[in-house]
Design a protein around this ligand. Structure first.
Ligand SMILES: NC(=O)c1ccc[n+]([C@@H]2O[C@H](COP(=O)([O-])OP(=O)(O)OC[C@H]3O[C@@H](n4cnc5c(N)ncnc54)[C@H](O)[C@@H]3O)[C@@H](O)[C@H]2O)c1
Length: 284
């Protein structure tokens, strides 16, 4: 007859994150906006980091108006440690504590054809693009974990770090999907190597962080989204759909439930987990 365990508070409040400051990188991109919106909808204070102040300000006002939370945002290039450090100090001064970090920003590598070669191909892939992709997707996540993560560890209540990986952090890209008829082999575009490398490396960062501050109640988990339908051509879509048990790509808002789960008390014992949300693609 133990009665109900009440350590996590009322069950109907399990997903609330009222007043909690959550830093989101790449917050004005396609998915970043969705992450920020669900944070605001559940009472959290989204801190929007991206590269364009006008876009950030417009989106922060939208969130503030719709959800009545003091959404805020700044230009922070996550490859610049000084900029992160200064921003982190500013947030602590303004809000007192940080509770969440969503490492979401990444280059979505699109490499243009030139001189009859396709530079997305491994044999042509330029070192400077490798370095840029690693700098944003991986080094940026490390630097944010170092500073915002440490601030979360200093928060007596702890908090949650989410790394946005990909289904391609779990499986290799199927390069046949990107092949175009009539193009020579050296002109066929491929999913760049950096995407696989960055997304897989984030799983290592997730496990490292999950154990590093566990005694300070900082949890870290990875979300591996499948691709989002966003105007791709119909031949590509038909091929990709045939590789997904649910037979479709995702809508951009279909990750919000897992994001708020991972941030809130609803996932209080979830730590070091790698969660594919991909319509079953990686189950096949
Ligand atoms: N869209 C998809 O289908 C999909 C699928 C699986 C995983 N993902 C992952 O989800 C995340 C978000 O993807 P998205 O589709 O929203 O991408 P997006 O390109 O729409 O958004 C990325 C955002 O990051 C910002 N950014 C880039 N470099 C930055 C830097 N140095 N500092 C700060 N911000 C920077 C960009 O300005 C942009 O707003 C990425 O990690 C992506 O790999 C996306």
């Amino acid at each position: 007859m133990g009665g109900f365990n009440n350590r996590i508070g009322p069950l109907n409040q399990l997903f609330r994150i009222d007043g909690q400051v959550v830093v989101i990188t790449g917050a004005t991109g396609l998915l970043g906006r969705k992450h920020a919106e669900v944070v605001a909808a559940y009472g959290g204070i989204p801190v929007l980091l991206d590269l364009n102040q006008a876009n950030i300000d417009a989106f922060a006002s939208e969130l503030e108006e719709k959800y009545n939370v003091p959404a805020t945002g700044m230009v922070v290039d996550i490859t610049n440690e000084t900029s992160i450090e200064e921003n982190c100090a500013l947030l602590i001064k303004k809000f007192g504590a940080i509770s969440g970090l969503i490492n979401n920003a990444a280059n979505n590598p699109k490499v243009e054809d030139s001189d009859g070669k396709n530079f997305s191909r491994l044999e042509n892939f330029p070192l400077d693009i490798w370095n840029q992709d690693i700098a944003v997707g991986l080094t940026g996540a490390f630097l944010c974990a170092k500073h915002y993560g440490n601030a979360i560890a200093e928060n007596p209540a702890g908090g949650s770090i989410i790394n946005i990986s990909s289904d391609l952090g779990l499986i290799a890209p199927d390069q046949r999907l990107y092949m175009k008829e009539g193009l020579a082999a050296d002109q066929q575009a491929v999913k760049p190597v950096t995407y696989s490398v960055v997304k897989t490396a984030l799983l290592g960062l997730t496990r490292y962080l999950a154990t590093y501050w566990a005694d300070k109640n900082v949890r870290c988990n990875a979300l591996c989204p499948g691709g989002i339908e966003n105007g791709q051509d119909s031949a590509f879509l038909a091929e990709l759909h045939s590789r997904i048990p649910m037979g479709r790509m995702a809508n951009a808002d279909e990750y919000q439930g897992v994001i708020i789960f991972m941030l809130s008390q609803a996932s209080v014992y979830l730590n070091g987990a790698v969660i594919p949300v991909d319509g079953g693609r990686t189950a096949w």
